[in-house]
Design a protein around this ligand. Structure first.
Ligand SMILES: Cc1cc2nc3c(=O)[nH]c(=O)nc-3n(C[C@H](O)[C@H](O)[C@H](O)COP(=O)(O)OP(=O)(O)OC[C@H]3O[C@@H](n4cnc5c(N)ncnc54)[C@H](O)[C@@H]3O)c2cc1C
Ligand code: FES
Length: 284
């Protein structure tokens, strides 16, 4: 039996980033009987790319990726874009409010297959959120051969995760793509989409990337995956994080059904060759 009872969490603080998007810092509140033992075991081992269900009392639940997994004090972060009922209610809350969270859910990124590899990371818009923890982990543990981030946004106003990208660009190549040309003249800003800059990026690798991680609008991810395969990458080496409507997050309600797979339990990260099979008669 699955336990659908949320764990109590506290909204610690937040800051705005981009248009209609906000970083939230939450804290898991220890159950009274477990207070002396700190946070529950299952929250201590969150993997990059996993997600949680955020419960806003009297409103509902919605899935969000951890941009920072819970630390030993139970603090964790998520970047949330304001969309509808749950997210709008969340944006009205002040620090100190108590909410709920269920999780962690999903498979996350294949970290064992990424370590010590040539890694290409491509995020679009809010889709960079599921990639933040994997980039931070690779950088902090220095376990990559080569690592490059490409980030696409419609215009400068909607760019998100500016502090993270600024930190990364001191350490690894970061290409910031702006579609409408509202660039600031910064060295690592370019006009166009992530696909437009790919010839430059791939040539900078010397040898082709061994792993590509993609997250963002599905049209962007699919055209990027097709481009990378045409350029010579194996479709076994490309992973995508996909979003579907989710209710239970544990594979019972069927809302996130793909062909013979559930995005909540079998994903949300999928290998490109496998995802193409699941999408044949799926809901995507
Ligand atoms: C695994 C997973 C991880 C996610 N991580 C993040 C994250 O880190 N940050 C973030 O901002 N968002 C993330 N999302 C999307 C987020 O869950 C939705 O934006 C949220 O559910 C909207 O809830 P709402 O009640 O505010 O909007 P609703 O009132 O439910 O919907 C508002 C509008 O958004 C559309 N919508 C809602 N959910 C989805 C969805 N999953 N896919 C496509 N369209 C949708 C609806 O069709 C409607 O048009 C993630 C989704 C999934 C499945
Ligand atoms: S959200 Fe219910 S089966 Fe995936």
């Amino acid at each position: 039996m699955h336990n659908f009872t949320p764990t109590a969490i506290q909204l610690v603080d937040y800051y705005d980033d981009g248009e209609h998007a906000r970083h939230f810092n939450f804290r898991l509140l220890a159950e009274p009987e477990a207070a002396s033992q700190g946070i529950a075991h299952h929250w201590q081992h969150v993997k990059a790319g996993q997600f949680f269900m955020l419960c806003v009392p009297s409103v509902g639940e919605a899935p969000f990726t951890f941009t920072q997994a819970p630390d030993e004090t139970g603090h964790f972060r998520a970047l949330v874009r304001r969309m509808g009922s749950v997210t709008s209610a969340l944006f009205e809350l002040e620090a100190g409010q108590i909410l709920g969270a269920r999780g962690p859910f999903g498979k996350g990124w294949p970290m064992n297959g990424i370590a010590d590899k040539r890694v290409l990371v491509v995020g679009g818009g809010c889709g960079l959120a599921p990639l933040v923890s994997v980039v931070n982990q690779l950088i902090d543990q220095q376990n990559y051969t080569q690592l490059t981030v490409v980030y696409g946004a419609r215009n400068r106003m909607v760019q998100m995760l500016n502090p993270e990208r600024e930190r990364w660009q001191h350490i690894i190549p970061v290409y910031n793509m702006i579609e409408d040309g509202t660039t600031n003249g910064d060295d690592n800003e370019y006009i166009g989409t992530p696909v437009d800059i790919m010839p430059t990026v791939l040539n900078s690798f010397g040898e082709l990337p061994e792993v590509a991680l993609l997250a963002g609008p599905e049209a962007m991810m699919y055209s990027m995956a097709e481009y990378l395969v045409a350029f010579g990458l194996s479709d076994h080496s490309i992973y995508l994080s996909i979003e579907r409507r989710m209710h239970c997050a544990v594979g019972t309600c069927g809302h996130c059904y793909l062909k013979n797979k559930y995005a909540c339990t079998d994903g949300p990260t999928f290998r490109w060759d496998e995802l193409q099979q699941y999408m044949v008669q799926g809901t995507g």
